[in-house]
Design a protein around this ligand. Structure first.
Ligand SMILES: [Zn+2]
Length: 431
């Protein structure tokens, strides 16, 4: 068997013309795609037409990304309800069901249509940007049953990149190791924790991960990826691993390039970061909910609320791609608390705590005193270290920097913060 190992995984683009568009041209391009899908969906998707009519809108009212603010956001829970009333897709589909290739069923339960010709760009862009190249042989360890991710999205996107797919699916770790070895597979698609299982199993079987296996590149998704786990796996296998983010309903919404500099927004989606209370767009640098719009005529999702929080940046990326990037996924909207008018979320709490190795456990408590919000960062120190004034001041500075709101640090004895406690405990009452 010939070994394919493309020498250059770092340069080039999957769709150079789109990926390097100057900002203004990108906005023009997206606005034009938006007008097209709004017209199409209004005519062909009964659920979208209803949503527009409920807000008193006609297609001509939506000309630009800014105009999207007028369109109500569809949340996952709305989708579940509408699908219950009008199965299988709640009227969101833009083609007759007889024209589909497959129907997928995700937890919810929630159905997703599988179109005849898979045209989504995002995941494929993510694989290319993350180093997959034609000739790679990749195991796809996501689940091929029921849900659309492995079969519809990942498999098709590997093919689009000229890769050869081994559809291994989940589990059977020992067999996966043998397949990797025998077929000299260069690519891995799956969750980072499953790749860790594979690494441990292979070592247990007496293999040298670098000499006996040939993994060079990994595409991971569907799970948070701690940097420590990434570097451990990259080091063990001698590979690069990049992550992508998205949902089964709308597809890819962000992918990392080799510069590891946040997640580029793919060119076939519009991603807004909005205030979860008002649905209004927030500019770069502000934390808000990821709301996405696709141009997929089979399933035109327009203003789909992911429930995930992020921040967008438009600063240039050294990889040469000009698309805006999601800095990272910060948590879920339903875990967000507003303190003195500003959103505070568990991801920020973690970030503050991660700066101080002395911290064992922590929790933020929000209370109200004389009509003012008060935020207390409760901290248990490792080995019951004596609390130092210097450390307290340092952490309070960290809170202001990361959370943009003032909070007091209170050191509490070990065992004070209960196991499984909410990271942000909102104790305010509003009577
Ligand atoms: Zn980049």
């Amino acid at each position: 068997m010939t070994r394919h190992d493309p020498a250059d995984r770092a340069s080039g683009f999957l769709k150079k013309n789109l990926e390097t568009l100057p900002h203004k041209k990108r906005v023009d391009y997206l606005n034009q795609k938006l007008r097209g899908i709004i017209q199409y969906a209004y005519k062909n998707s009964i659920a979208f037409k209803n949503k527009m009519q409920s807000a008193g809108l006609k297609p001509k009212d939506i000309q630009t990304i800014k105009d999207l603010e007028k369109v109500p956001i569809t949340k996952k829970a709305d989708l579940v309800e509408l699908q219950k009333k009008n199965p299988p897709f709640g009227g969101f589909e833009g083609v007759p069901i007889s024209e589909l290739k497959r129907i997928y069923v995700s937890p919810g339960p929630i159905c997703e249509p599988g179109e005849m010709e898979y045209n989504e760009l995002g995941w494929a862009q993510g694989m290319y940007a993350g180093g997959f190249r034609p000739g790679d042989i990749a195991i796809n360890t996501f689940s091929y049953h029921m849900v659309p991710f492995a079969l519809h999205m990942v498999d098709n996107s590997l093919l689009r990149n000229g890769c050869v797919v081994i559809p291994t699916g989940v589990g059977n770790t020992e067999q996966q190791v043998n397949i990797l070895k025998t077929l000299k597979a260069t690519g891995f698609c799956g969750t980072p924790s499953f790749l860790l299982n594979i690494a441990e199993k292979a070592e247990e079987m007496g293999f040298d991960l670098k000499k006996d296996l040939n993994l060079k590149v990994g595409f991971v998704a569907a799970e948070m990826l701690p940097e420590s786990l990434r570097s451990k796996l990259e080091e063990k296998f001698g590979m690069v691993m990049r992550q992508s983010y998205g949902t089964a309903d709308i597809g890819c919404l962000g992918y990392e390039c080799l510069k590891k500099n946040g997640m580029h927004i793919p060119d076939d989606k519009i991603v807004e970061i909005v205030d979860p209370d008002t649905g209004k767009q927030l500019g770069p640098g502000k934390t808000g909910e990821i709301v996405a719009t696709s141009f997929n005529k089979v399933y035109p999702m327009i203003r789909f609320g992911t429930g995930d929080l992020s921040i967008v940046t438009e600063t240039p990326c050294p990889c040469g791609r000009t698309s805006p990037r999601l800095i990272k996924i910060l948590g879920r909207v339903d875990q967000v608390t507003k303190v003195r008018g500003l959103f505070v979320h568990p991801g920020q709490v973690d970030e503050v705590a991660s700066r101080y190795p002395q911290i064992e456990k922590y929790q933020v408590v929000v209370t109200r005193k004389e009509h003012r919000d008060e935020m207390t960062f409760r901290i248990e120190l490792k080995g019951n270290l004596p609390p130092a004034e210097e450390l307290k001041e340092g952490i309070e500075k960290g809170i202001r920097e990361v959370m943009k709101v003032r909070g007091d640090v209170k050191f509490v004895p070990g065992g004070t913060i209960p196991e499984g406690a909410r990271k942000i405990d909102d104790q305010r009452s509003w009577e």
